[in-house]
Design a protein around this ligand. Structure first.
Ligand SMILES: C[S@@+](CC[C@H](N)C(=O)[O-])C[C@H]1O[C@@H](n2cnc3c(N)ncnc32)[C@H](O)[C@@H]1O
Ligand SMILES: O=C(O)C(=O)C[C@]1(C(=O)O)C=C[C@@H](O)C=C1
Length: 245
């Protein structure tokens, strides 16, 4: 599919409805996320290094909320452990369809199953690497612990969860600073004030960010041992949470 530029929120809308991952979003998603999430390309590329280091022979790698398969592709290129497979899951049919096409376009000996399912229903087992890339933020906060707990249960000892999220800051001045730098990033990438403001309204009830402290404490409650913040750019961060060997 040709790479399309995101103009979804450019024109004034009489009413802003909640953001959904529909066909229109899927068709511009690579451009939208690259221009909206500072560090996205780095996080994707570096996710491959987690697969290279932490994939265990005969285990499964999961990409939960896979969208078009960017993290799956990055892991598939780097995983060297024998007899691994990847399970990629998303509940948006338009995303899953394009994800399958993207994976088929690049031959690889590592098998990938793409499921159109709710990640809250997916059984996780025999996992060595689990990726939740900018997806937990769309799950109701009171359902997050249960999901993380199931991920922890399904990981092998020594396995890792890579959790990337939009985050908020407990210090109000830092929150203002990081948020305004993110807005500047969007402006520098060609989004108008109108597009930024309409998308913000559309995301208000569906993308619910939390602080790094809240994520860390929930990951510990879910059973994870070491939790490290390995990447951050403005108000986007990625954590690595380990199941104790
Ligand atoms: C911001 S995108 C993730 C980006 C992707 N991980 C990447 O790195 O390119 C969020 C994705 O999560 C999916 N999603 C949200 N809630 C979900 C759920 N409950 N089950 C499965 N997928 C979900 C959406 O359909 C969307 O494709
Ligand atoms: O917070 C914003 O303003 C965003 O646009 C973020 C975000 C995300 O983190 O998922 C929201 C929706 C799109 O999937 C791309 C980026």
């Amino acid at each position: 599919m040709a790479k399309q530029r995101d103009h979804i929120f450019d024109e004034p809308r009489p009413m802003i409805v909640d953001f959904t991952f529909d066909e229109r979003v899927a068709s511009v998603f690579p451009d939208m996320i690259r221009r909206s999430v500072p560090g996205y390309g780095e996080v994707i590329a570096l996710t491959g290094l987690f697969a290279e280091r932490y994939a265990q022979p005969g285990s499964t790698l999961y990409d939960l909320g896979c969208s078009l398969g960017a993290a799956t592709l990055s892991m598939r290129r780097r995983v060297h452990a024998d007899q691994c497979r990847i399970i990629a899951v998303d509940n948006a049919p338009a995303m899953v369809e394009q994800c399958r096409a993207n994976l088929e376009a690049e031959p690889s000996p590592v098998p990938v199953d793409v499921h159109c399912s709710d990640i809250r229903k997916v059984h996780i087992e025999n996992a060595s690497v689990v990726v939740l890339n900018f997806t937990l933020q769309f799950i109701e906060p009171d359902e997050r612990l249960e999901l993380l707990h199931r991920i922890h249960q399904g990981l092998r000892p020594g396995g890792v969860l890579v959790l990337s999220e939009k985050v908020v800051f407990e210090n109000e001045r830092e929150q203002q600073f990081q948020e305004s730098m993110h807005l500047d990033f969007k402006r520098a990438n060609g989004y108008s004030e109108l597009a930024i403001s309409q998308k913000r309204t559309a995301l208000e009830n569906v993308l619910l960010p939390e602080s790094l402290e809240a994520h860390t404490s929930r990951l510990r409650n879910a059973g994870f041992g070491d939790v490290h913040n390995w990447f951050r750019c403005f108000n986007f961060a990625s954590m690595a949470a380990f199941k104790t060997p």
